[in-house]
Design a protein around this ligand. Structure first.
Ligand SMILES: *Cc1c(COP(=O)(O)O)cnc(C)c1O
Length: 509
């Protein structure tokens, strides 16, 4: 019987001539398709050698399981429906063979699944999670002007490191430095790959082999194994903890100062909160303590807001301007958190220290590329007019969008979904809370409106998975067997994408 089954497996040659496989070769390199096709056919042969009960066990399963890949139950939704007919026409005798689908359509689908897994790199996605700075989804989306600036410079050459007037070699940091100084009032600035790199560079330059004083309440872990004590030991600095978890006084710092002190480090508690019986030292007092002892004070601000969010009913977050004004020697912050730009870390502060950082050979290893320079310059330029920044930087815009506007977006989505789809997916409008994400504004939520989807026949996990396998993928949340879509992080142009995907997902039933 297995012999008979083997003979029903189409040849590579024949499959390559089929329209289904030919179609794949317009999307992927021919040789790659051929290799994977061989692999898939070999898997099918291997599986046929296995016991028949394996086939039957999976016969009634639904979903996209690849294992075993050729049973009816494992069929992918995309080609479900176009292959059943051909199979019957073959008129295979045994029950086992009836369960097998070896049509070019089915096989090309299996090949495509493998191809997708192998080639699934970065791609555009819809964020319906309501988490504004979703690190998994690339943190900050960029402003139009930033995207245009990238597009403008990438295809040809650009003035990354050259002086137009003299034709001499210039500095790639110049444009950004000028803008940061204008916006924040800092004397000097430098940009590196991210804020983690900024902190590392500051510690390595100023405190290598010296002591760094830090409050016990600020020995934080940022995530992705970035822990303050580890970064310090990596930079060759020696950690001197002062105060307690909840209370640190100015005298704790001053008592710890010795001839070995390299710098005083303050870290913003950006991803957690200590409340209750607490005391921390005012930045101004810390800065003047440093000045008295000629010890630099470094402030890792984390998110680095340029706009006072308090004005918009959002929780208070210290701004870079305030930190500079308080007399901090060096302030470091991310450019893809509250700032809403591309990934990067800015180091701003007193020229004397920034000049030292610029000379550190590590700076070369941490330097940013032209794409970052282009996008960051464009983003920073928007901050020269706060109104423009709030209107054009997506991260800021999403944060300050009132719930009524989000609700209108929800309604527009519901209105554009067809009746048949609505019959399959119970759709309701819910109040909810968006989160800042990205380790910013912990515990703070922004009131929002969300759409809840519930199907009698389809589990929420499966519905969410189908939305993720849409092109483009749509990311949602799951709560109590409902798929939840927070429209705060969805742009107006994405409403149609979601509506179409929901229709597709529902018609698969
Ligand atoms: C986020 C954060 C970092 C790390 O910044 P990246 O830009 O993600 O490297 C460092 N320190 C603090 C306080 C942060 O909030």
């Amino acid at each position: 019987m297995n012999q008979q089954a083997f003979r029903t497996i189409p040849s590579v040659h024949k499959l390559l001539e089929s329209p289904e496989i030919s179609q794949l070769m317009t999307m992927y390199p021919r040789q790659v398709v051929v290799n994977i096709l061989r692999e898939v056919l070999e898997n099918i042969r291997q599986s046929l050698v296995c016991k028949t009960d394996t086939l039957h066990r999976h016969d009634n399963s639904r979903g996209t399981s690849l294992n075993p890949p050729f049973t009816k139950g494992g069929m992918n939704e995309e080609e479900r429906g176009n292959s059943g007919k051909e199979k019957e026409e073959k008129g295979e005798g045994s029950d086992q063979l009836k369960a097998i689908d070896l049509t070019p359509g089915r096989i090309s689908c299996l090949v495509q699944q493998v191809l997708r897994q192998k080639f699934n790199g970065i791609g555009y996605a819809v964020n319906a999670t309501g988490i504004i700075l979703h690190t998994g989804l690339g943190r900050s989306p960029l402003a139009d002007t930033a995207a245009e600036q990238i597009a403008d410079i990438v295809k040809g050459y650009c003035t990354l490191e050259i002086e137009r007037l003299t034709g001499r070699r210039g500095s790639r940091y110049q444009g950004i430095e000028k803008l940061v100084c204008m916006i924040t009032g800092a004397e000097s600035a430098l940009v590196v790959n991210n804020n983690a790199a900024a902190v590392l560079l500051a510690l390595d330059t100023i405190a290598r082999g010296k002591e760094v004083i830090i409050s016990r309440s600020e020995l934080v872990e940022i995530g992705g194994s970035f822990r303050m004590p580890d970064v310090m030991s990596r930079s060759g600095a020696c950690l001197v903890e002062v105060g307690t978890t909840n209370k640190t006084y100015l005298s704790d710092y001053s008592n710890a100062i010795t001839e070995h002190t390299g710098l005083i480090l303050k870290v913003h508690q950006s991803n957690f909160k200590i409340i209750g019986f607490t005391k921390s030292v005012d930045l101004k007092d810390l800065a003047s303590l440093g000045k008295t002892h000629t010890i630099p004070v470094v402030y890792d601000l984390g998110s680095g807001a340029f706009v006072d969010l308090h004005k918009f009913g959002l929780p208070y977050e210290p701004t870079v301007q305030e930190a500079i004004k308080a007399g901090t020697d060096i302030v470091t912050f991310s450019t893809d958190k509250l700032l809403g730009g591309p990934q990067g870390g800015i180091i701003a502060g007193k020229k004397k220290w920034i000049d030292l950082l610029k000379k550190n050979p590590l700076t070369r290893a941490l330097r940013v590329g032209k794409l970052t320079v282009a996008a960051l310059e464009a983003t920073l330029r928007l901050y020269l007019e706060e109104d423009r920044a709030l209107k054009e930087i997506p991260t800021l815009k999403m944060m300050v969008t009132p719930p009524e506007i989000v609700e209108a977006r929800c309604k527009r989505l519901t209105d554009s979904i067809r009746q048949e789809t609505k019959a399959f997916l119970n759709i309701s409008l819910l109040d909810g809370a968006s989160e800042m994400g990205g380790g910013s504004l912990p515990g703070e939520v922004i009131p929002t409106k969300r759409i809840s989807l519930h199907s009698e026949t389809l589990h929420a996990e499966e519905l969410a998975a189908r939305l993720r396998s849409n092109t483009p993928p749509i990311f949602t949340r799951i709560e109590r067997n409902c798929v939840i879509m927070d429209m705060r992080t969805v742009s107006d142009t994405e409403i149609d994408i979601i509506a179409t995907a929901l229709e597709k997902v529902s018609s698969q039933e």
